[in-house]
Design a protein around this ligand. Structure first.
Ligand SMILES: Cc1cc2nc3c(=O)[nH]c(=O)nc-3n(C[C@H](O)[C@H](O)[C@H](O)COP(=O)(O)O)c2cc1C
Length: 274
């Protein structure tokens, strides 16, 4: 039987009295990303099973509007790590997946059936991203369940103009995230989450206690895992200083536009986004 309160204390930095964690979901609460891998390879038979688990995720209207590009060629994975520049550990992963939203397949199916594709719009963009994310999430849970480690990599979108041709992504297909996959060299500590009282709303949205809840969360996180000098966001805009908490660091990040060229890229890939 899982030690519910120990798992929840690790995840939230507070206990959740009365919450019982069934054994079947203990691994989900104990999960964390892996950012360094052993030399050991992943057999095709196992990788294919994990991909089958990913494809078993639900998809909007059963349209399955995503694709995944499997990379096993080490120099090509290293190429992506080199472009990113700050995450050299990606090159230690024996497998790198690029999860893509895919409107193209639907467009081609319309063509095959002599019908127009009349849904090149924002809703389809969102549906492709959601289908893709659910599949990636299910892949990660499956990988964790067999002792593998993974880490999603949004930075493939920071180098989209190079990653996209490397993978031969055609119009209608765009990367949502990369995912490094391998056998963990070590397990990182559990990362503390916002308390459920901030994220989970009952019947109606209510963030009236947000300021106090965030201040308490900042304090809990700082006590366990203070923001390291190297983890401070946008030092070129805001002077580095000691004692920056999670929420201030989030604000430092969110106050500077990130990947503002992404919608332009999507338009070159044939997305209307209207
Ligand atoms: C969509 C997405 C993109 C991410 N991109 C990166 C990335 O580019 N590099 C990285 O090191 N971690 C990345 N992460 C991992 C997060 O930093 C990590 O999930 C978060 O710090 C919480 O840690 P935990 O997953 O171990 O709880 C990403 C996570 C998600 C969901």
């Amino acid at each position: 039987m899982a030690d519910s309160q120990a798992l929840l204390q690790a995840r939230f930095g507070i206990g959740l009295p009365g919450t019982e964690v069934p054994d079947a979901i203990a691994g989900l609460i104990d999960r964390r990303v892996t950012r360094r891998y052993t030399e050991q390879d992943i057999p095709d038979s196992l990788l294919d099973a994990l991909l089958a688990a990913a494809q078993s995720a639900p998809a909007k209207s059963d349209l399955q509007q995503y694709s995944v590009v499997v990379m096993r060629d080490r120099p090509r994975i290293k190429q992506i790590a080199d472009w990113i520049g700050t995450m050299d550990w990606i090159a230690t992963a024996p497998v790198f997946l690029v999860w893509c939203g895919d409107m193209r397949r639907g467009q081609r199916m319309c063509e095959m059936h002599d019908m127009p594709h009349a849904n090149n719009n924002m809703d389809t963009f969102l549906n492709t991203a959601v289908d893709c994310s659910l599949a990636m999430g299910q892949f990660m849970a499956a990988a964790d369940a067999v002792g593998l480690g993974t880490c999603p990599i949004s930075y493939v979108r920071s180098h989209i103009e190079r990653v996209s041709p490397l993978l031969g992504l055609p119009k209608g297909v765009y990367p949502v995230a990369g995912l490094s996959v391998g056998w963990p060299l070590f397990r990182r500590p559990v990362s503390m989450r916002l308390p459920p009282s901030v994220v989970v709303h009952r019947e109606r949205y209510d963030d009236s206690a947000l300021a106090a809840d965030i201040a308490a969360y900042d304090q809990r996180r700082n006590a366990r895992d203070p923001v390291a000098a190297g983890g401070l966001k946008n030092n070129d805009v805001y002077p580095p200083r000691d004692g920056v908490g999670w929420s201030e660091n989030a604000a430092r990040q969110l106050s500077v536009p990130e990947r503002f060229g992404f919608s332009t890229y999507l338009k070159t890939k044939g997305f209307d986004l209207a």
